[in-house]
Design a protein around this ligand. Structure first.
Ligand code: WT7
Length: 600
């Protein structure tokens, strides 16, 4: 029985793919005693059942540097308390519990307690401002939120009147004289029982809600179900090389899907120890964590790697010479293109190549990776995971997948660009966008899920990332919807219209740049520019707000009235303007070319 959760000895790629079937892989899950699957049970209860409750589940590093090790048994107790609190408060099965928390122990207890209780978890990013928080809580019908007093006062209290369905606010640090209409998480959990029996959970029951950004309209709420845990578990073995006894560190923020699938769920299902670092990025501290915690498997992002590369000491010494990184066995990256330089840097500086992995909020788990058992091909995302069928689909004139008579064309010849598509049906595939069945439908054609990424595939079957097919901006690993930023800017009295693009940036991949058309009574000035940036930061938070604002006399529109962001970007970067046949009436003379600043 205990052998089940030990990752298999890695066969080579081809035989792993040839013999793989999701149905057979199901035997790797514990499953609920009465049948059914529950993510929380796989992450926590199964280890107690197998007599491994005393193993270290989490090693939490607080901001003050203090360290706390939490066993699987303790995690079971504390998540049990949360499960009881939710039941006592009357949060129903299937209802949404939001977290607005950094990477700290209470987050783990809350997420696992909520999942074990069959309630739905929706994590939010703490760097969001009140607007993104309110919008997502409205869309997601938040019943309860667990957060800190500070985050509540800054980000939830100002918008709470818009959230009538938000019944319970649980503060993990209520302090003296807590804000009215809030509850004390420590008091409630302390009073609750520390044993909880996971109830019947269907593999297709909703478990997680992750908001992701699109080009238009509101953020998309990607819905994931309990059986996704099978993909979390299996991909962590194949693509991240997780084995029994590993110390795993995933640096992703818990507000995004990586922080959930691989920061919380996957490593716990493997019974390994996860490092939970509450602090912010700082090169010296990060190397200390790798060394002091004896991290064996490290999952991080290109932005972080680029920052580490920049932080190299002047004396030319390498991190592996200054810190004892001898425990480190495997390093992987996700979220943005991994430059070949970063792979080479890893070899030299850490003594290990960096393995790329590709996936999305919608895919729920890693789909394409430079496999653990294979030599890394620098610059390539790798090959599809066992159980994943990936293809390059031919695109039409408009750059979107060409569907003829209900059918798509899979590009057979190597090195041709097209849209990356995945054959629908893997366990962690999202099961819908909240409230938007049509938006969901439009992601599929002819049995394929269309990813919105442009790629090519080489003759050996490795996939290479080309770019996104849409206007969504990827900054420091996070998707930013231009529409959300434009909408916030337009609430400023000076703004008549705005168009938002990503401008390439050596560290963040891209930064958010807004082109703003001012109302006539507001002359452009450096002060107004600063004011607009501050206004956007207050509403949206620093992660989403534009870093640059340019004033323009006109914005290019399609005939249907949408801002042509593609054209704004082409002009900003001095690229060919491409197909402008849908451009509205020609713009007034003197505005062609780069959308340069008017006035200052
Ligand atoms: C988009 C998905 C990956 C989970 C967390 C982010 C880009 C992701 C890679 C990679 C190049 C990548 C794609 C994708 N992306 N991984 N290895 N190389 N680009 O999920 O926020 O839904 O973002 O991130 O454009 O579509 P997400």
């Amino acid at each position: 029985m205990n052998m089940l959760w030990v990752a298999p000895v890695m066969p080579d790629y081809d035989s792993a793919r040839a013999t793989f079937s999701w149905r057979r892989e199901r035997s790797r899950l514990a499953g609920l005693p009465g049948g059914g699957v529950n993510i929380g049970y796989e992450a926590v209860d199964r280890h107690l059942r197998d007599g491994h409750g005393d193993r270290p589940a989490l090693r939490c590093i607080a901001r003050d540097g203090s360290l706390r090790t939490v066993s699987y048994a303790r995690l079971a107790e504390d998540s049990s308390r949360v499960a009881h609190v939710l039941e006592t408060l009357g949060v129903g099965r299937g209802e949404r519990v939001f977290t607005l928390l950094g990477r700290r122990y209470e987050l783990y207890a809350t997420v696992l307690g909520t999942l074990r209780a069959g309630r739905v978890v929706c994590p939010l990013f703490t760097a969001f401002g009140p607007e993104p928080v309110a919008l997502r809580m409205e869309l997601g019908n938040a019943r309860a939120v667990v957060t800190t007093r500070e985050l509540y006062e800054r980000k939830v209290a100002p918008v709470r009147s818009r959230l009538p369905h938000l019944r319970h606010v649980l503060l993990i640090d209520p302090g003296d004289d807590p804000p009215s209409d809030t509850l004390s998480f420590p008091a409630l959990t302390a009073a609750a029982s520390d044993t909880y029996t996971v109830g019947q959970t269907d593999p297709a029951d909703l478990a997680l809600l992750h908001f992701t950004s699109g080009t238009t309209g509101t953020p998309k709420g990607a819905m994931h179900v309990h059986e996704a845990v099978l993909a979390h578990h299996v991909t962590a073995a194949y693509a991240l090389d997780l084995h029994e006894g590993d110390v795993f560190w995933c640096t992703a923020d818990p507000g995004w899907v990586t922080g959930m699938s691989y920061g919380i769920i996957a490593p716990l299902t493997h019974g390994v120890t996860t490092v939970v670092d509450e602090g912010d990025f700082a090169p010296g501290r990060w190397y200390d964590i790798l060394a002091d915690q004896h991290v064996t498997v490290w999952y991080t992002a290109p932005t972080a790697l680029r920052m580490l590369m920049r932080a190299a000491p002047r004396d030319g010494s390498l991190p592996a010479e200054r810190h004892d990184l001898s425990s480190l066995r495997f390093v992987a990256s996700v979220g943005e293109p991994l430059n070949p330089e970063a792979v080479h840097w890893g070899r030299e500086a850490l003594g290990l190549p960096v393995h790329d992995t590709w996936w999305q909020t919608e895919t729920g788990a890693i789909m394409i990776a430079n496999f653990a058992a294979d030599p890394v091909r620098p610059g390539s995302m790798g090959r599809p995971m066992p159980g994943v069928e990936a293809a390059v689909l031919a695109c039409g004139e408009d750059g979107r997948v060409a569907v003829v008579g209900g059918h798509v064309r899979v590009v057979g010849e190597p090195d041709v660009q097209g849209e990356l598509a995945l054959r629908a049906g893997w366990p962690s595939m999202f099961r819908g966008y909240l409230h938007e069945p049509q938006r969901y439908e439009s992601c599929f054609a002819d049995g394929w899920y269309l990813t919105g990424d442009l790629v090519s595939r080489d003759a050996d079957g490795w996939f290479w990332f080309v770019g996104r097919a849409d206007d969504v901006i990827k900054s420091a690993g996070h998707l930013i919807g231009p529409f959300e930023v434009e909408s916030a800017l337009m609430e400023h009295p000076a703004v008549a219209e705005a168009g938002v693009i990503g401008r390439p940036d050596p560290l963040a991949g891209a930064i958010v740049k807004a082109f703003v058309l001012l109302r006539p009574e507001y002359p452009p000035s450096a002060e107004l520019r600063r004011d607009l940036i501050a206004f956007a930061r207050r509403r949206l938070g620093p992660a989403v707000a534009p870093r640059e604002v340019g004033f323009v006399d006109t914005l290019p529109h399609t005939r249907s009235g949408k801002v042509m962001r593609r054209l704004l970007r082409a002009r900003e970067l001095g690229l060919p303007e491409g197909d402008v046949s849908t451009l509205e009436a020609p713009e007034p003379a003197g505005t062609a070319g780069a959308p340069g600043p008017s006035g200052k």
